[in-house]
Ligand binder design. Structure first.
Ligand code: PNS
Length: 166
């Protein structure tokens, strides 16, 4: 079985991520999309919410599993017996960061975890979860960035935020 992990924050999942998931799922027997539970960051959506969002938007892709992890990616990959990490590259600005992560992971795993990069489809090259969060926080239209179910959850989340600030 050829398996790969697509790790990320997915806060929230965007059409750019979904494009990478679809394409990677065609290349591997199993693709595990895994949400990093990063205790150092305060995300907009909880890990459970992000896992559920990912399950929802990938439910028609049979070989995709959704999971979460904390700690090092290399430890999680070893536990799963997986040797490939998938990452998307939008533009040259992503390259340095991704190269650093990929090389660190190869070093930490003693060559057991390699990275494969898929270039994001051009129509999604401008998309990032952080800009989607910012647009939605001001009540802007994110329908071109995320599926309707995620858009609805974002508006709900920001409605909650405004309510708690009252
Ligand atoms: O969607 P993101 O936030 O760009 O994803 C970054 C991610 C989750 C791939 C990366 O931060 C990660 O793998 N973190 C886990 C901790 C780790 O293994 N660090 C060592 C590599 S620098």
């Amino acid at each position: 079985m050829k398996a790969a992990i697509y790790p990320g924050s997915f806060d929230p999942v965007t059409y750019g991520h979904i494009d990478i998931i679809r394409r990677a799922a065609e290349m591997f027997d199993v693709l595990i999309v895994s949400v990093l539970d990063n205790k150092a960051k305060t995300p907009l959506f909880s890990v459970d919410e992000r896992v559920n969002m990912l399950k929802d938007v990938t439910r028609e892709i049979p070989n995709v599993e959704v999971d979460s992890f904390s700690g090092l990616l290399v430890d999680y990959a070893k536990e799963k017996g997986i040797h490939v990490a998938i990452r998307g590259l939008r533009a040259v600005t992503d390259f340095e960061y991704e190269l650093q992560i990929a090389q660190t992971n190869r070093l930490l795993s003693q060559g057991q975890l390699d990275s494969i990069f898929l270039t994001t489809s051009l129509e999604y090259a401008y998309l990032s979860s952080s800009s989607v969060r910012e647009i939605a926080s001001f009540g802007g239209d994110v329908s071109m960035c995320v599926p309707p179910v995620i858009e609805a959850m974002m508006h709900e989340k920001f409605k909650d935020k405004y309510r708690t600030q009252d």
